[in-house]
Design a protein around this ligand. Structure first.
Ligand code: MN
Ligand code: MN
Length: 297
């Protein structure tokens, strides 16, 4: 039996997607040479709240060979140069998510920026109840390959759960045999990445994004204050160090991470000197296609 796609949960996914489409467009316009990373991220996160949502995770600003999990530090003074800029933004409404990404090319490599966008459209064309995730990946791989680039194969799309950014199923960025069938009512993010590098990202050393692993009693005052804010405000969703109100947030996070109360997300990156581009939409799978919640209105 098909699920009721008019239910409250889906209405909240749609509301999150609508807010996100507007914020993505407004934020992308602000990405230009000389603009501040921190101001762009803070603008997007504030705008999400003004429009009635909450950020589902810190705005990711990935530059050149970076692919994911980079976000400004609390006192970041970096500005955009002539670079490949990926913006990845999420919104939730009462824990129901939308997730989107766009590449703004300031580097003059427009075909690399175009590859994942076209791959995503090809992927969306085949999404419907019963499609295998491996078939979606094959569409993505074929388009990116046609541009002469590689898909990033160890980053994937994913399901979106309640207060959970990443759930089953994975949606691969290449054709695979062992895919799963999507069902009507599944809410999934599809996110092709393209690169002129080898197509595999590695963990860098820097972490600015964390999420809660388990609740625990904590003695240190700043760590306890940070944990209270995390449990209350972010729950199990990722958050940035710069979002914490406590002083000495870096020390607090180090203690919480050491005790496995939170875990960090290292920046994921290709080899230095390579470029990575990304495009992402969130969809609700239907019997005969899909509804793209994050589509431009
Ligand atoms: Mn994303
Ligand atoms: Mn995603």
């Amino acid at each position: 039996m098909s699920p009721d796609l008019t239910g409250e949960r889906y209405e909240k996914h749609r509301e999150a997607g609508e807010i996100l489409a507007q914020v993505r467009a407004e934020t992308a316009e602000r990405v230009e040479v000389g603009a501040s990373h921190l101001e762009v991220a803070a603008y997007a996160e504030e705008r999400i709240r003004e429009l009635g949502g909450e950020p589902a995770f810190p705005v990711n600003i990935s530059i050149d060979h970076e692919a994911a999990h980079a976000t400004p530090t609390p006192d970041d003074d970096a500005t955009f140069g002539e670079e490949m800029v990926n913006l990845d933004i999420g919104v939730h409404v009462d824990g129901w998510l939308a997730d989107t990404a766009i590449t703004v090319d300031l580097s003059g490599t427009s075909d690399l920026a175009a590859a994942p966008a076209e791959a995503l459209e090809a992927a969306l064309d085949v999404v419907e109840a019963g499609v295998e995730t491996g078939e979606i990946g094959a569409e993505i791989e074929a388009v990116v390959d046609g541009y002469g680039y590689n898909p990033v194969v160890n980053l994937t799309g994913h399901g979106l759960g309640h207060w959970e950014q990443h759930t089953e199923p994975n949606v691969p960025n290449r054709g695979v045999e062992q895919g799963v069938e999507l069902e009507a009512g599944d809410v999934v993010a599809i996110e092709p990445f393209a690169t002129d590098g080898g197509g595999k990202v590695n963990e860098g050393s820097h972490e600015e994004i964390y999420s809660l692993e388990r609740e625990a009693s904590v003695r240190n005052r700043q760590a306890r204050a940070a944990l209270e804010q995390i449990v209350e405000e972010f729950k199990t969703l990722p958050f940035a160090r710069r979002w914490l109100d406590t002083d000495r947030a870096e020390m607090a996070l180090r203690r919480l991470a050491r005790d496995d109360v939170v875990h960090g997300y290292p920046v994921l990156q290709e080899q230095e000197g390579c470029l990575v581009s990304q495009t992402e939409h969130t969809v609700i799978v239907t019997e005969d296609g899909c509804e793209v919640t994050t589509r431009d209105r």
